[in-house]
Design a protein around this ligand. Structure first.
Ligand SMILES: Nc1ncnc2c1ncn2[C@@H]1O[C@H](COP(=O)(O)OP(=O)(O)OP(=O)(O)O)[C@@H](O)[C@H]1O
Ligand SMILES: [Mg+2]
Length: 536
């Protein structure tokens, strides 16, 4: 036995001062612990709720499993008796090695480990547990006076440490704090996972029902080889979705090649797509591979497809149908394995009707069509987009900008965004550059967006004479400002559904909210209007 180790539990410090209850190894510990626990209970009855009890009972613990690791049996027994009485589930190990073996089966929330032990000490145990991927929290028990060991334990990743001889109250307080922290971390992780699931694509922000139905189609089409036609106004995110389709497909890791069909003349575009042989036209000094070849095994994104000339439309049709083509000026037929995604902000069906776009090519391209809704139809996505762009540009410009000042979101919701997300991104970028403070205000927005100055608001000034609808509106907008625009987090805070927030934001964006709509949507059930027009 190590002489410096006193496997003891002490009662509250007031009693410790009397020295009466100092426990020695020779004393039969379980009885004393019980006595200690009972006297502690009596004290609580007098004092009301102790801090430990308060923490313990504040929230239900997800896991109350504690693994005690100590080479001294008496110390283990003393702790076990006390923890069992407090409702914990307890298991024991007599050294680090034994503890490591117990981790997978018992899966403790907290490992209460002595530092000094034969075979494997507590800190080595902690390191090995982390290496093996176990995430139980560690609380180390160190002998009085060995502060350095405690520091080393904390550095190695321990949550906390207790000084021996142990004090019952300290043990309970530390355990409940650690468990509370574990619970919060877990909750945050769950929430983050849920939010990610809702967003689905890492770079595409928005959880409006309109965007969700786009995601649904994209998720299903992406893993296939189907040609996808992306439709939608300028700035709605077509290119972003094209990239997401590639990233979500088995072609991820292979080339994603983009060609802007509007940027090149007919002959240059042909050579860009299919390549050319040396001397095939003036200036063709060497042989050049086309984009189709470069995209082999990967994805070819043809942007502004509505702009290509009739003769190129025929060549493209053949390349898509037969998956073969010749370089300009070449005779050799080349075969490639390319997935084609195209985009246009034109009404392609209208172009077909007007005879400007080949119908057969249109059907080839239009195997799966995805229409990106304009931002004005999904204003519920504005808060999350704004937050995303604030973060992006605050980092880019090295500025400390954390969110929107009260009233700013309202101005952003009122605007119609003809340039869609691109316009919103530009507005936020400009505001981040110009903002003098850590919050963006209406003054940082372009004059066209500012509108009337927001009335100064306070929670008190809201109540008298305000309608319930007004109060709800203020709560939703202010909560969104508080949680950096995340509708998922605002919904959690307010205890309502994300869908309801989305729906309300749409209402706030239109200048005159209809009272009928308010009344008919008091519950969280989805109505056709709330779900938004499906894009497909
Ligand atoms: N949902 C979104 N989340 C985050 N950023 C977005 C989103 N939608 C668009 N953006 C951003 O807005 C800008 C415009 O998007 P993108 O280039 O994909 O639009 P587009 O539909 O291809 O427009 P155009 O028809 O003018 O080419 C880009 O900077 C893009 O990153
Ligand atoms: Mg584009």
């Amino acid at each position: 036995m190590k002489p410096s180790k006193v496997p003891a539990l002490q009662g509250p410090s007031s009693r410790r001062a009397t020295g009466q209850k100092r426990l020695l190894q020779t004393v039969r510990l379980p009885e004393l612990v019980r006595e200690n626990t009972q006297s502690l209970r009596r004290e609580r009855a007098f004092q009301g709720i102790t801090a430990a009890r308060c923490l313990l009972s504040s929230r239900p613990m997800e896991s109350k499993r504690i693994l005690i690791v100590d080479d001294e049996q008496n110390a283990r027994e003393a702790l076990r008796t006390m923890l069992l009485e407090e409702g914990y589930e307890v298991s024991e190990a007599s050294d680090g090695q034994e503890a490591l073996e117990a981790l997978p089966e018992f899966a403790p929330a907290v490992v209460l480990a002595d530092v000094r032990m034969p075979k494997m000490d507590g800190i080595t145990l902690l390191r090995k547990a982390r290496e093996a991927g176990y995430d139980s929290a560690f609380v180390m028990m160190t002998a009085f006076g060995s502060i350095e060991t405690a520091v080393e334990a904390m550095r190695a990743g321990a949550e906390n440490f207790l000084v021996k001889p142990l004090d019952i109250n300290a043990v309970l307080v530390v355990l409940s704090k650690v468990l509370e922290k574990t619970r919060l971390v877990r909750e945050t992780e769950t929430l983050r996972a849920r939010v990610q699931e809702r967003y689905r694509f890492p770079n595409i922000i928005g959880d409006s029902p309109e965007l969700q139905s786009v995601f649904d189609v994209v998720k299903r089409a992406a893993p296939t080889r189907a040609t996808v036609l992306l439709l939608g106004e300028s700035g709605t995110g077509k290119e972003l979705v094209a990239q997401a389709i590639h990233e979500e497909s088995p072609r991820k890791g292979k080339p994603f090649i983009k060609v802007n069909c509007a940027a090149l003349s007919e002959s240059l575009l042909e050579s860009e797509l299919f390549g050319h042989e040396k001397g095939s036209f003036t200036g063709a000094v060497g042989r050049r591979e086309g984009r189709f070849e470069l995209a082999d095994q990967g994805t070819l994104f043809l942007d502004e497809i509505g702009e290509i000339s009739p003769s190129l439309q025929i060549k493209l049709l053949r390349a898509l149908q037969q998956r073969e083509f010749e370089r300009v000026g070449g005779t050799q037929t080349l075969k490639v394995d390319v997935r084609v995604v195209t985009a246009t902000n034109r009404d392609l069906a209208g172009e077909v009707k007007a005879g400007r776009f080949r119908e057969d090519l249109y059907y080839r391209l239009n195997v799966v069509a995805v229409t990106l809704p304009p931002l004005r139809q999904r204003k519920g996505d504005i808060p999350a987009l704004v937050n995303h762009f604030i973060e992006k540009y605050a980092t880019n410009y090295g500025k400390v900008v954390r969110g929107l000042a009260p009233g700013t979101l309202n101005a952003l919701l009122r605007h119609d965004w003809p340039g869609n997300v691109r316009e919103l991104e530009n507005v936020v970028e400009r505001a981040v550059v110009l903002a003098p403070g850590s919050q963006l205000t209406a003054d940082d927005l372009p004059a066209t967006l500012r509108g009337p100055r927001p009335v100064a608001r306070s929670a008190e000034s809201l109540i008298p004479g305000a309608t319930l609808y007004d109060i709800e509106r203020e709560s939703i907008l202010r909560t969104l400002e508080m949680v950096d625009g995340s509708t998922a987090r605002a919904a959690e805070v307010l205890g309502i559904s994300v869908r309801k927030i989305q729906y309300r934001l749409k209402e706030y964006a239109s200048s005159a909210p209809s009272s009928e709509a308010n009344e008919s949507n008091e519950d969280d059930t989805e109505t056709d209007e709330e779900a938004g027009g499906r894009t497909h």
